[in-house]
Design a protein around this ligand. Structure first.
Ligand SMILES: Nc1ncnc2c1ncn2[C@@H]1O[C@H](COP(=O)(O)OP(=O)(O)OP(=O)(O)O)[C@@H](O)[C@H]1O
Length: 581
């Protein structure tokens, strides 16, 4: 199982840039408000230095005025900090909403085969844990880090004004001590957090598979095996968590040291300077207060770096899900005037695992509106061919077009309009019958939904429901029988009304008589659409315009029922044994 892709650091940086550009106004006001709040915080130490110098000079008349001014600065800082927090939280929530919506769009635009290969656990973890982690970064880490940087720059400027020499002492004792551990940490953190998050996906995937397959696990008595597998993944996750914990346990003590050292150095050098009459007591006091004040943002900034790293890893996982393929107005293809599209398959090869082709150069032309049945032994490659025609997988070699278009270039909307696949697996979502059917066509009226259910012989079932289309289905109490779910899936197909339909054993759960009745009824409703019907029951083949017999990944026979029976090949043998049964 291969996980979904993760965006590179450059791609996440580009995404952050595009978010900042999209919310210029909010970013601007957040910066302005935080700058005012941070600048106001610098007034008090300066004034306290002034106060000490005045008292040192025996002047007490300015004490009240300075105390009032200090109170004014403190109040201004508190007020603007509050407003800044409010503005940045709103900004964070807005961006989160945008990212969540984008994540859903990206996930829905993923090719089914990609989701199948990645497993649902990865998507689930990205949509829950990663989004929550990113929310924490946007709401707190990003604005707080910004405030820390701003406060540090302004504090350094104020410190330089108070005493350039002491500012130099502070810089010399801080930067090298913090630089080395921060650099060491940053070089390792992204990879380590990505690895940690990937293990959460694996845990979720394993749990989801065990829960979904609980019956099979019970039947095969493989509980121990599932538990062992779960524990192995948890062990891996524990290892990944220990790695990030190790990184943090090196970073944080270094930060503590790097923040305390300059205070001691400035006190020492400032004391010596004062003793040598090179500075005033007020300047040393202001310098020490500034450095002390800078300690907290410095420590916080490096601590937030940790959060920013996890946020970066989460953003990479969220936007890495895939680009959103949207047709521009020019690219949009005109809707076909008539239903039914030609399917052209040319020398198509396909392998699930490299080097093991399951289709060995299939070529096939299906005319618009033709019904082609595909028959053949189990494992011959019929479903694989169906998935390729439906655009779920792309051919490894060769070309495949529907109405002249290569499905690889199609947007999700175009794909939906052009070709749909119905297999034996169907899901009935918890909701009303109407909601379940309108999934295929959100603008469908009640009348159209009823007609679609009639087309698949489910009209009597609908009439028997206590609240008709408003009846809620899909929960444990209102479970829909698998055969009924198959009818619902086919009714969705009628509502979606694509040009090409691929039916892979789509009526296999119905009894043969009901299946044949449904297929004939459906054929009338869908007349004119191109249909590829993969079938085990040969009555489907008998009713089709042409039949393709697939054997060992190749088309072994192709022709109408009568032609193939007359030819006396594999199909004729199959038909004889089917009739015998
Ligand atoms: N997801 C997959 N990963 C790997 N191999 C696969 C996968 N799906 C199918 N195969 C293999 O590809 C080959 C063709 O399978 P396919 O399902 O297309 O055959 P089929 O003719 O539809 O069989 P059936 O009638 O049993 O459904 C088989 O050997 C099968 O084991």
């Amino acid at each position: 199982m291969s996980g979904l892709p993760v965006a590179t650091s450059r791609e996440t940086a580009r995404e952050v840039g595009s978010i900042a550009a999209a919310y210029k106004g909010q970013v601007f006001w957040t910066v302005v408000l935080y700058t005012i709040a941070s600048a106001a915080g610098l007034g008090a130490p300066w004034l306290l230095g002034e106060l000490i110098d005045s008292l040192d000079a025996g002047n007490t008349s300015t004490v009240d005025a300075i105390a009032m001014a200090v109170a004014g600065f403190v109040l201004t800082q508190a007020l603007f900090s509050g407003i800044s927090h409010y503005v940045s939280s709103r900004f964070g929530e807005t961006v989160m909403a945008r990212l969540r919506e984008e994540f859903v769009r990206r996930s829905l635009a993923l090719p089914l085969s990609t989701v199948e290969r990645a497993g649902t656990g990865d998507l689930m973890t990205r949509s829950s844990r990663d989004i929550a982690q990113l929310g924490q970064v946007l709401r707190r880490a990003a604005p707080e880090s910004f405030v820390c940087v701003l406060t540090l720059v302004l504090t350094l400027a104020a410190l330089t004004l108070a005493s350039p020499l002491l500012a130099l002492v502070a810089l010399v004792t801080t930067v090298p001590v913090l630089w080395a551990p921060a650099r060491w940490y940053l070089r390792r953190a992204r990879e380590a957090y990505l690895a940690e998050n990937a293990t959460y996906s694996e845990i979720a995937e394993g749990l989801a598979a065990t829960v979904e397959g609980a019956r099979t696990v019970e039947a095969l008595r493989i509980q121990r095996d599932r538990i062992d597998k779960g524990q192995a993944v948890i062990g891996k996750s524990y290892g990944a968590e220990r790695r990030t914990l190790f990184l943090r346990s090196v970073l944080f003590p270094s930060l503590d040291f790097g923040v305390t050292l300059p205070v001691a150095a400035v006190l020492l050098v400032g004391g010596l300077m004062y003793a040598a009459d090179l500075t005033t007591l007020g300047a040393v006091t202001a310098a020490v207060l500034y450095i002390n004040q800078a300690g907290e943002p410095m420590f916080m900034l490096l601590a937030w770096l940790d959060e920013l790293q996890t946020g970066d890893a989460s953003l990479g996982r969220i936007i890495g899900v895939g680009p959103i393929k949207q047709a521009t107005v020019d690219e949009k293809r005109p809707a076909p005037q008539e239903h039914g599209a030609a399917v052209r398959v040319r020398d198509v090869r396909y392998a699930y695992n490299e080097g093991h082709d399951v289709l060995h150069g299939v070529s096939l032309d299906i005319a618009p509106g033709e019904r082609l049945a595909v028959v053949g032994p189990s494992g011959a490659g019929k479903s694989t061919l169906g998935r390729l025609i439906a655009g779920i997988d792309s051919p490894g070699m060769g070309s495949l077009t529907v109405a002249g278009h290569d499905l690889r270039d199609a947007t999700l909307e175009e794909l939906r309009r052009e070709v749909l696949l119905v297999t034996q697996e169907h899901h009935v979502f918890l909701g009303t019958v109407r909601d379940n059917l309108a999934l295929a066509n959100t603008s469908a009226t009640d009348e159209q939904i009823t007609e679609a259910l009639t087309a698949v012989d489910a009209d009597e079932w609908l009439a028997s429901l206590p609240h008709g289309l408003d009846t809620v289905v899909g929960s444990a109490e209102l479970k829909v029988e698998p055969a009924r779910a198959q009818q619902i899936a086919l009714a969705r197909l009628v509502l979606a009304d694509p040009d090409v339909l691929v039916l892979d054993e789509a009526t296999s759960l119905l009894d043969p008589r009901a299946a044949r009745h449904l297929e004939r009824h459906l054929a009338t409703v869908l007349s004119g659409r191109t249909v590829v019907a993969i079938a085990h029951r040969l009555h489907t083949a008998h009713d089709a315009d042409r039949i393709a017999v697939v054997e060992d990944g190749r088309i072994a026979e192709l022709g109408s029922h009568d032609e193939l029976v007359a030819a006396g090949g594999h199909y004729a043998a199959l038909w004889r044994s089917w009739q015998g049964n």
